[in-house]
Design a protein around this ligand. Structure first.
Ligand code: AN0
Ligand code: CP
Length: 318
């Protein structure tokens, strides 16, 4: 099996509970990955994903190899039938097959390139690796999804929730650079698969892909959205629309998360995947408050990765 997106999870609440059990006993399966190797390929920067995925694999007894393509790897071509007389030195056809010979699982981070919406939304890079690699693929944030982050977030909400149907709000916040929709897409997808009163709030022009919005309530009124909320999950993303795809069309500081806004909620927890720009996305007073879960979330990245890798390893053995 791959862990590419939510469709690779047979039962989300089982995965969440198993991840929480792994957190209590991280080394319980330290022989499962013995003599197996995971290769982590990074086409983009990372702190949490790089270290927590490595930690998760080590907890399962695996060997880990990491490669950063930014400065160190050959530039890869993805197109079919391309005449490769430009900047790209190697085709993914060879690269994926070669990497597969060195490891048992290949994990990949490859953000949206914002060059061509179709390439991004067809998951050009991850799909090419899933097509040509002969080993399972783990998604460490692709063009349109971040399934390890979303699984982490569901684990964290489960740990801190005391209601049958909590109100969970995904709020857009301003950021100076164009960021992918991946984190918001996956959060929305996993939230829709959970028993939440789920609300998405963003300025006009920041509508997400309807396939991820699903049955969520969507409003351009952030204050209205925050009323009675139990969890406020904050993220910047750039527009999905064809017209403004991957551009910055709004940096309105009124969308920043402040103590005043948090006071309108039901004592809500503040969540963000990190990295976060302080006093642009969120005020110091909020991220430093006792309601902030950001550091706990980052800790749960290890156990989300560990349950995903464990499931993949079990699928290899069978
Ligand atoms: C990335 C993003 O928004 O997708 C990674 C988040 C986990 N964030 C930045 O590039 C700042
Ligand atoms: N949240 C997250 O994926 O962080 P990194 O980009 O640092 O890996």
């Amino acid at each position: 099996m791959n862990y590419f997106d939510i469709n690779d999870i047979d039962n989300l609440s089982t995965w969440i509970n198993e991840a929480i059990a792994l957190k209590a006993k991280p080394l319980a399966h330290k022989l499962l990955g013995q003599d197996k190797t995971i290769c982590l390929l990074f086409f983009n920067n990372s702190l949490r994903t790089r270290l927590s995925t490595q930690k998760a694999a080590m907890n399962l007894g695996m060997n880990v190899m990491v490669m950063n393509f930014g400065a160190e790897g050959w530039q890869l071509e993805y197109g079919d039938g391309e005449v490769m007389d430009q900047g790209k030195s190697e085709h993914v056809i060879e690269a994926a097959q070669v990497v597969s010979q060195y490891c048992d699982i290949v994990a990949i981070r490859a953000f949206a390139k914002f060059e061509n919406k179709k390439d991004d939304y067809q998951e050009q890079v991850l799909n090419a690796f899933m097509k040509y690699a002969s080993v399972p693929v783990l998604n460490m944030e692709s063009a349109i999804g971040h399934p390890l982050q979303a699984l982490t977030d569901m684990i964290t909400i489960t740990e801190h929730n005391n209601k049958t149907k909590p109100k969970v709000v995904l709020s857009w916040a301003p950021h100076p650079r164009a960021l992918p929709q991946a984190v918001a897409n996956s959060f929305a997808q996993y939230a829709n698969a959970s028993d939440f009163d789920f609300v998405i709030t963003h300025p006009e022009g920041y509508e997400l892909d309807p396939q991820f919005v699903g049955k969520a309530t969507v409003t351009n009124n952030q204050e209205e959205a925050f009323k009675d909320a139990d969890f406020i999950y904050v993220k910047n993303w750039s527009p999905f629309s064809d017209e403004n795809y991957g551009k910055v069309i709004n940096t309105d500081p009124n969308w920043r998360i402040t103590s005043e806004k948090m006071a309108m909620t039901n004592n809500a927890k503040f969540m963000h995947c990190l990295p976060v720009r302080r006093n642009v996305i969120v005020d110091d007073a909020v991220i430093d408050s006792e309601h902030s879960l950001v550091i706990k979330q980052a800790n749960n990245r290890t156990f989300a990765a560990q349950i995903a890798i464990k499931k993949i390893l079990e699928s290899i053995d069978n």
